[in-house]
Design a protein around this ligand. Structure first.
Ligand SMILES: Nc1ncnc2c1ncn2[C@@H]1O[C@H](COP(=O)(O)OP(=O)(O)OP(=O)(O)O)[C@@H](O)[C@H]1O
Length: 248
C-alpha cells in the first residue's frame, strides 16, 4: 500500500535581497506566480503553496493544472520529499521516483558508464542490483562506445538518453512527473514512450503536472487546479478540465 497525505501544507521561499517596501499591494492582480508577501519581520517571501490538503492512495492518478507559477512543481517536490513544508504535515509511504530534472546530478567529467553507477546508487540500487541492470541501461541508451567518453562530450539529446535510461529502470510505487517525459529523436522517443507507459500502468500512485488536456484526460482519474498556490478545484478530470481549459 502506497499513500501520500498532505495536511495543511504551505511552502514559503524567503527572498533575502528584496524589499517589502517595494511591494505594490497585497491584492492579486497578476495572472502568474505565487503570492508575494512580507512576513512578520518585514522580509519578503514568495508563498509557493498555501494550506494544501491532499490524500492519495493506491490507484490514484492525479493530474495538476494551473497557470505558470501556480505551485505545481513545488507541490510535486513536496510529494517527492525534496521540499519540506514551511507549515503543515506530510506523510509519504512507498518507493517514490521523481522524473523532474532527471539530468541533475549527472557528472559531466565522468564517463556515461560511471554515471550509471553513481546515479544507480543515488536511486537506491544495491551493487548487485546495479550489476544486473547496468547492461539493460546501457543497451536502452544506445550510446555504444560513447559510454566510455565523458558526458561533457555528449549532445543534449545524448545526455537526456543517458539520464532517461537510468531514471526509468526501476519501477516505483509512486511516480512523479512534470509533463510527459519523452525525449530524444523519433526512434528513441517511441521507445521512451513505451517505457513510460509501462511505468505509469504499473505504479500504484501517479502524479503528473501538465498543460496538455489530452494527456491529463488519458492518464488521470482526478485533477487538481492550483491557483496562486491554493487548490481552486479538486474533482473528476472531465469536470476540472472543462472548468480550467474552458476558461483559458
Ligand atoms: N526556489 C524558489 N525560490 C523562490 N521562489 C520560488 C522557488 N521555486 C518556486 N518559487 C515560486 O513559487 C511559486 C510556484 O512556483 P512553481 O514552480 O511551483 O510553479 P508551477 O506551477 O510549476 O509553474 P510553471 O507552470 O511555470 O512550471 C512561483 O511564484 C515561484 O516564483
Amino acid at each position: 500500500m502506497a499513500s501520500i497525505n498532505l495536511d495543511n501544507v504551505s511552502v514559503d521561499f524567503p527572498v533575502f535581497n528584496a524589499r517589502s517596501r517595494s511591494l505594490k499591494n497585497r491584492v492579486l492582480n497578476i495572472a502568474t506566480g505565487g503570492r508575494i508577501e512580507a512576513n512578520s519581520e518585514g522580509h519578503v517571501i514568495i508563498r509557493g503553496l498555501e494550506n494544501v490538503n491532499i490524500s492519495l492512495n493506491d490507484g490514484d492518478r492525479l493530474g495538476l493544472v494551473g497557470h505558470n507559477g501556480s505551485g505545481k512543481t513545488t507541490l510535486l517536490r513536496v510529494m517527492s520529499g525534496v521540499y519540506r513544508p514551511s507549515a503543515g504535515k506530510t506523510s509519504i509511504v512507498g518507493k517514490c521516483t521523481s522524473l523532474i530534472n532527471i539530468s541533475l546530478g549527472i557528472d559531466p567529467e565522468a564517463a556515461g558508464r560511471q554515471n550509471i553507477k553513481i546515479r544507480g546508487a543515488l536511486l537506491g540500487l544495491s551493487k548487485g542490483q546495479l550489476r544486473a541492470r547496468q547492461e539493460e541501461i546501457e543497451e536502452f541508451s544506445e550510446l555504444g562506445d560513447f559510454l566510455d567518453m565523458p558526458v561533457r562530450t555528449y549532445s543534449t539529446g545524448m545526455q537526456l538518453r543517458l539520464a532517461f535510461s537510468i531514471s526509468t529502470v526501476i519501477q516505483p510505487e509512486i511516480l512523479i512527473m512534470d509533463e510527459w517525459l519523452a525525449t530524444g529523436d523519433e526512434g528513441f522517443k517511441e521507445k521512451a514512450n513505451k517505457r513510460l507507459h509501462e511505468l505509469v500502468n504499473q505504479t500504484k500512485i501517479l502524479i503528473i503536472a501538465s498543460h496538455s488536456r489530452e494527456l491529463l484526460l488519458e492518464n488521470c482519474n482526478r485533477l487538481i487546479w492550483l491557483d496562486h498556490g491554493s487548490i481552486r478545484m479538486d474533482d473528476k478530470p472531465e469536470v476540472v478540465a472543462e472548468a480550467y481549459f474552458g476558461s483559458h
